[in-house]
Every structure is written in C-alpha cells, then in structure tokens.
Design a protein around this ligand. Structure first.
Ligand code: KG4
Ligand code: ZN
Length: 364
C-alpha cells in the first residue's frame, strides 16, 4: 500500500476521443480528478458513418500535445511533480494507441517517471473506485461501441470474463440500426429519441440468446432482422422509423435483462459470500434511459447496488486511464519503455477469444 498520495497523468487515444487527465489517489484508496480534458472527433468521422482509423490516428497526432498541456495546466501541475504517466496500450485502433503510448513514453523518459501501460477495459472497470468506495469484487457490464461484456472485477489486474458478445458490440448495433433508418452517427442517442414516440409492438424482432445458460450476448441476428424489415417497408415514414427504433430497443432491453440475470447468477456462484454486491454499468450505451430501467430492476430484484458512473466518466476519457494507472502504481505495477501497443488485449488472462467478438481495431 502506498504511503503518500499518487499523482498520475493519463492519456487515452484508443478510438475517436483524444483525452488526457490528471488524478490523485490518496493512501486510503480514495481518488480526486484534478483535470479531465476530452476532445471528441465525432464530427471528423460522421460523414463516413463510423470511425475511420487513419483519420483518428492523424487527429490524435495533431490534438494530443495541446490536450496534455491543457490537462496539466488545469490540474495546476508540472511533469516533475507527477508520480507516473499512464497511457492506454490497447485494445483499440492500433494507430491511435501508438500515438498516445509513444507520447507517454516520451514524457516518462524525459522526466524520469514510471510508465504504466493500461488496458483500456481496465480503465472502464476501475472507474467506480475513483468516484467513491467500491470494494472488490463487483460485477461490471461494459456496453460501448466496441465491447459488450460481463466481468467479475475481483481486484486490480484480476478479472474474470463471465460473458461477451459473440458478434457485434451493443453500441455498434445501435449505430447500424440508426444508419438503416437514416439517422446520423453516433446513432444510439437518436435511436433512443425516436423509440420514445414509437410502437414497440408493431415489429416482432428476435431476442438473441434469450434463455441460454451461459452469459454471452449476440446482436447480429437482431440487426439483420431490422435490416430485412426496413427493406420490406421501402420508403420509411417518420412513424416507421420510430416504430423500428422502439421495436429494436425493446428487443435489446428484453435480451439484456435475460443475459444480466444470468450474469448475476454466475457472479453469485463465484462470490457466494458477497452480501450486497455492486453492479456497475459502463460504456456509452449505459446512457440509455430505457435500458437503465432494466438495470435498476435486475439490481433491486437480486439485491445488488447499481452504479452507473456519470456519462462523462462512462465514455472514454483520460482520468479513467490515469486512475487505473494510479491503482496499478500503488501496487508497484509499472511497465518498461519497450512495452508494445496492442490492438487486441483481453482483460482476463484465461478467456479464450470468442470468435467474432471484439473485432480488430474495435472501439472499447
Ligand atoms: O463508450 P462510448 O462513448 O465509446 C466507445 O465505444 O468507447 O460508446 C459509444 C457508443 C456508440 O455506439 C453510441 O451510439 C452508443 O454508445 N450510445 C448509445 C446512447 N448513447 C451513446 N446507445 C444507446 N442509447 C444511448 N442513449
Ligand atoms: Zn471505452
């Protein structure tokens, strides 16, 4: 256990957010965000309907230096006073990861500071501990544009994946449905908005993997069903768009509820002594109000405490990487300057890759 507060700069460049933040971790394990600067590249990618890796990497090169300077200035800190530099070393779009990791190596080398190479998923997984007391173990549902998985978070660096998508990530499915009905990118928030005035019963979309004993998820069949429906409809009226979105969201809610119940049972099997365990839901899709009701219902029913971190900390940011770095440094876990950037990097060492999940270069 560290004796003095730890101050870490964290750098995040694994997808389309260029981000840097500074956090303090006190010896008692509590955290404070001193700065958290995020520059989204959404506008650069929107014309293409998705993130273009080369455009993202080039933008990180241009944006990162001023963003790191801004994060340091807002934290009122200089490099000499940091205890370490953390950067996302994967998984993600390799070009972008290399930009951030190389910047972190350069700062670490120039100022003689330890480097902490952070798994982006670990950043999401440990964020709740930055916000308040959140003892291990807890159950994490990560639903973002590139990842959809259940993890039992047993400690820093100790994760057990309980289930994962076997094809598309949930955010990706929302984005694809948005595209099919002619809404912009990113599609999740717009699908949610449309769904509010739609009739969820008009179309009977499948509930993928519902009732299965494992905790895996799947969204490609649902996406195909939406595509076929849209093709049959031809020119879409505003009501058609709303009804398709509502039907899709209802199918997601029902399937997610079923899968979450399975994951909760699997977590209970792993940790029979946990009295009132915590369920954390992170990632951009966690912002969806209809889905949030599902999480609340499942958590209450099974005696879990639900924490959905605020949107700014649920989506990609530098403070979450700084915090994972601080948690690792407090345990003496640092990396050497030769550490490699990785496009794929499962959080737990034992999980075999599930075919089709976590596509190469996917956003986490
Ligand atoms: O975590 P995030 O900001 O970025 C990464 O993927 O790392 O997640 C972005 C994803 C996008 O696919 C977006 O469409 C989805 O989260 N999303 C939503 C909502 N807000 C964002 N999906 C459904 N409902 C929402 N309200
Ligand atoms: Zn992420």
């Amino acid at each position: 256990m560290a004796e003095a507060p730890i101050h870490i700069l964290g750098i995040e460049t694994s997808c389309d957010e260029t981000a840097a933040g500074v956090v303090r971790r006190a010896p008692d394990g509590s955290g404070v965000i001193l700065s958290n600067v995020v520059r989204s590249q959404i506008a650069d990618h929107a014309p293409y309907g998705g993130v273009v890796p080369e455009i993202a990497a080039r933008a990180h090169v241009t944006l990162l230096d001023p963003i790191v300077r801004q994060a340091m200035a807002e934290a009122n800190f200089n490099f000499a006073h940091l205890d370490g530099i953390a950067a996302t070393a994967g998984p993600g779009l390799l070009g972008g990861v290399i930009v951030g990791l190389t910047m972190a190596k350069a700062i670490a080398l120039a100022h003689g500071k330890p480097l902490i190479a952070v798994n982006h998923l670990e950043g999401h997984a440990l964020t709740p501990r930055l916000l308040g007391p959140c003892p291990f173990p807890y159950l994490l549902l990560l639903i973002s544009g590139g990842h959809t998985q259940f993890q039992s978070v047993d400690g820093v660096g100790r994760y057990r994946r309980l289930g994962t998508t076997i094809d598309d990530a949930l955010g990706e499915a929302f984005d694809k449905v948005a595209k099919l009905v002619g809404l912009g990118f990113p599609g999740g928030p717009q699908v949610e908005l449309q769904a509010r005035r739609g009739d969820a019963r008009r179309f009977d979309f499948p509930r993928p993997l519902k009732g299965r004993k494992d905790c895996n998820l799947s969204f490609s069949g649902l996406k195909t069903a939406v595509r076929e429906t849209v093709e049959k409809l031809g020119a879409l009226s505003q009501q058609d768009v709303a009804d398709v979105c509502a039907g899709f969201e209802a199918a997601v809610a029902e399937t997610l509820s079923d899968r979450l119940d399975r994951a909760i049972a699997a977590f209970r099997d792993l940790h029979p002594d946990a009295a009132k365990p915590t369920l954390i839901v992170a990632g951009g899709v966690a912002a969806n109000a209809t889905l949030k009701q599902i999480f609340e219902r499942s958590a209450t029913e099974h005696g879990f405490q639900l924490i959905v971190p605020p949107a700014a900390l649920c989506t990609d940011n530098g403070a979450m990487i700084a915090w994972a770095g601080a948690e690792r440094l407090a345990l003496g876990l640092i990396d050497d300057l030769g550490v490699a950037a990785r496009a794929r990097w499962p959080l737990d060492r034992v999980s075999l890759p599930v075919y089709g999940s976590g596509k190469l270069g996917a956003k986490a």
